[in-house]
Design a protein around this ligand. Structure first.
Ligand code: GAP
Length: 443
């Protein structure tokens, strides 16, 4: 089976995501809106499964990280303190000929339009990425507010409240999953760079003497998450240390995945120093220092951050899983036909097991098996169309196992379990089915 690596993989993947209802343009009937994507039934199930894995791994299974769910809009002074209103901008330029707009740092030659080739580019100018709105009935600057550009700032602002009510002592972390918004100049590569996306961030508060150790610890934890929880091969991942650091940062790196369009960042791990806590303390005029009883010292916590984009992780899983091969077919005049499959890990596959009666006549017995399994697994029952077509559909939505109830099942009380990737078929006794699937599907 070949993993498709040609340049057109993205186009094929985008088409598959639309065809099977994973991800498609937002408000498509109106022509869509650039940089915004809707997740259909299978997409949202995939996204929630990844989100749950992250939350369990980062929060539920630990004693030193607690959760937060803050609002998307907060007091605009938050963004003044964080530096976003003054500095969160990209340099852009417009082509006077074709009117397209580009980020300077993404152009090979900023004097020439990458679309039409004209050398009529405007002078570079700053473009702030914050999305602006208004709160209340008056639309003036006094009532302006911003959709959050990252989920971490409310964590810093709520630090004291969360610390006191959760009775945590340093070192400990606060995690949040939620929407972030950026008015990207050039949304591209499907969901990779969107204007609305989901971030999963964890801010770990510690003493500055221990921060480098925690930075290395979290780098290793996050790498292990991609390898052990999501099943990425280590050759598809790399660490990229930042050459240029923000003036307050001591260290920063990206965890990158090799997308069909090149290496791209899935997650950042950042040693943010005491910058955030100092700034919010200063702008809010509130002492956000922590009194450490063991050290008998009052200090601003140093922050080590892990920050990933849920949409980018899902995109990496989809790219990683996309396969094309030739498979046997019963189509007239053909021995083999193209088979497209999504090799998603069973733990995040939207459908983990499909139950298919060979023919409709056997539906009642097959449905009983489905009803049994759906309590434990994300299961689907499909009785319409030829068995070949139903297998192809399950392959395309990434279902790792198909259970088929056939005429022999009536006699031998067994079913055929087909593996999506190897296409091998095992005959499994009905009373062994739960054990068989339990060994292969983590729940
Ligand atoms: N709090 C730090 C922070 O926000 P970032 O590198 O700007 O750092 C973190 O963003 C992660 O958020 C990225 O690694 C990426 O996965 C995701 N992300 C950022 N911008 C994105 C966009 N426009 N579309 C989709 N995901 C994005």
């Amino acid at each position: 089976m070949s993993k498709v690596t040609e340049n057109d993989t993205m186009a094929k993947l985008v088409a598959l995501c639309k065809r099977r209802g994973f991800i498609f343009q937002s408000s498509e009937v109106y022509g869509g809106i650039n940089g915004f994507w809707d997740y259909g039934p299978y997409g949202v199930t995939l996204r929630r499964a990844v989100e749950k894995l992250w939350w369990d791994y980062m929060v539920e299974e630990r004693e030193d990280v607690v959760g937060l769910d803050s609002t998307i809009i907060c007091n605009p002074r938050v963004w003044r303190a964080s530096g976003h209103l003054d500095q969160f901008s990209d340099l852009m330029t417009d082509c006077k000929s074709c009117k397209r707009r580009f980020r300077i740092d993404q152009m090979e030659d900023p004097t020439q339009c990458p679309e039409c080739g004209a050398r009529e580019m405007t002078e570079p100018r700053e473009f702030n990425l914050m999305m602006k709105t208004f709160v209340g009935p008056v639309f003036d600057d006094e009532h302006a507010a911003y959709l959050r550009a990252e989920t971490c700032q409310p964590i810093f602002v709520d630090f004291d409240q969360v610390r006191i009510t959760s009775r945590q002592k340093l070192p400990f972390g606060i995690a949040q999953i939620g929407k972030a918004f950026r008015n990207e100049i050039n949304p591209r590569f499907f969901t990779f760079r969107s204007r609305e996306f989901v971030q999963m961030e964890m801010e770990f508060f510690c003493h500055e003497d221990d921060a480098m150790q925690w930075y290395e610890y979290w780098r290793d934890q996050r790498w292990a998450f991609y390898r052990d929880q999501l099943g990425f091969d280590e050759t598809q991942l790399r660490l990229h240390d930042h050459d240029a650091l923000a003036h307050y940062a001591k260290a920063a790196l990206d965890i990158e995945f090799e997308f069909p369009f090149g290496w791209g960042e899935m997650e950042g791990v950042h040693h943010r120093g005491t910058w955030d806590m100092r700034r919010h303390s200063e702008f809010a005029d509130k002492d956000l220092r922590y009194f450490d009883q063991e050290r008998n010292e009052r200090y601003f916590p140093t922050v080590v951050e892990t920050s990933c984009g849920l949409d980018r992780i899902c995109l990496a899983l989809l790219c990683n899983g996309y396969r094309e091969d030739m498979a046997e077919t019963k189509k007239e005049g053909k021995e083999a036909a193209l088979r497209v499959s999504l090799s998603l890990p069973a733990c995040v596959a939207p459908v983990q097991v499909a139950v298919l009666p060979l023919v409709k006549k056997l539906s009642e017995r097959a449905d009983a098996i489905y009803q049994d399994l759906r309590g434990t697994y994300r299961a689907e029952f499909d009785e319409g169309g030829s068995i070949g077509k139903r297998y192809r559909r399950q392959d395309e939505i990434g279902t790792p196992f198909c259970v088929t109830f056939d005429f022999d099942s009536l006699d031998d009380q067994a079913v055929t379990v087909r593996d999506r990737d190897s296409m091998t078929q095992d005959r499994v006794a009905l009373d062994q089915l739960c054990t068989y699937l339990g060994e292969r599907i983590p729940v």
